[in-house]
Design a protein. Structure first.
Length: 322
């Protein structure tokens, strides 16, 4: 009886969070004295999961699953869990997985705890630590049901190398007739840039930039750092930037290693969505901006003066260290 983990991929490549949840599953399996099995959909590099403690991969290949569909994917993962007679299933906290997880929990009759930040404190009873109140506190939660579903917060546990040999097995699932009752008609994706979900660094800006015509310096800074670009809700509402870049409690959550906020005052909804980032840097003209209270580093100054100087310093640093 193994621990089963769903590892996400895109265009045949494993996502960053796949290695983190694989590491988490391997740790839970170690605590229970068993092994960790991954279920992977349309992925071409499953062997990499062996570097993070996964001993078996159930590889699902299907053209009908080329686009994410919460219900269909939930059926696939549930079938894998039942195939392995597993009682513990691990998933990430990505937007897609949070859409899928409640359906999976219902299918497995499992207790579901999202936003978990650490390995189980105890396996009998099964107790995990998770964030609550928009990441302002922690709760130690016991899952008392026989089947358990754990959602690991992004960038919380970390990807931990634990090299084993992963056996890859083809796995076929007979999907139900209503698995595709809901279909995606259009998908907007950022092309050629780091995505907010996978980026180690995110450069974000708000209304302090005064207009979309000034976003060039934000994109230049992001390019130098290899970062994703993001924005506050008012900016996306005004149409300055696409809604896919909106981060915050009502947008995309950010759990990057470095989050740079330029001209963002720091409304509570925004702070709630970025609080999981490890280091937060704020550039703002208002020394009383709420974001300064949440920041690790703050610069009180005009973004139109500070950011160009920061860009030049980074260019010089890279030139001297290349």
């Amino acid at each position: 009886m193994s621990v089963v983990v769903y590892t996400e991929s895109e265009n045949g490549k494993l996502k960053k969070n796949a290695f983190e949840v694989a590491s988490y599953a391997a740790e839970v399996a170690k605590q229970l004295g068993t092994s960790a099995t991954a279920v992977s959909i349309n992925c071409k590099e499953n062997e990499l999961l062996g570097d993070y403690g996964i001993t078996k991969v159930l590889n699902v290949t299907s053209d009908t699953l080329s686009t994410f569909n919460a219900k269909a994917y939930a059926e696939v993962v549930a079938s894998a869990v039942k195939n392995e007679s597993a009682t513990i299933t691990i998933v990430s906290s990505s937007a897609d997985t949070k859409f899928m997880a409640p359906l999976l929990a219902a299918s497995l009759d499992a207790g579901y705890v999202p936003n978990v930040v650490d390995a189980p404190e105890s396996t009998s009873p099964f107790i995990v630590k998770r964030t609550v109140f928009s990441n302002k506190g922690f709760a130690h939660t016991a899952i008392n049901s026989e089947n358990k579903l754990v959602g690991v917060s992004n960038n919380a546990f970390g990807a931990i190398e634990n090299k084993v040999t992963a056996t890859i097995e083809d796995f076929t699932v007979a999907l139900s007739d209503n698995a595709f009752n809901t279909k995606s008609t259009e998908i907007d994706k950022v092309v050629g840039k780091a995505t907010i979900a996978d980026a180690d660094i995110v450069v974000s800006a708000g209304r302090g930039l005064k207009g979309p015509e000034n976003w060039g310096m934000v994109e230049e800074l992001a390019d130098i750092l290899g970062a994703a670009t993001a924005c506050s809700k008012p900016v996306s509402d005004l149409g300055w930037r696409p809604h896919g870049e909106h981060v915050g409690q009502t947008g995309k959550p950010v759990a990057s290693n470095l989050y740079i906020a330029i001209g963002i005052s720091g409304a509570i909804q925004h702070l709630a969505g970025v609080s999981s980032s490890k280091t937060k840097v704020v550039i703002n003209t208002d020394p009383e901006a709420p974001f300064f209270k949440a920041a690790d580093y703050g610069i009180v100054g005009d973004a139109f003066e500070v950011v160009p100087q920061l860009i030049e310093k980074l260019k010089d640093f890279k030139a001297q260290n290349s």
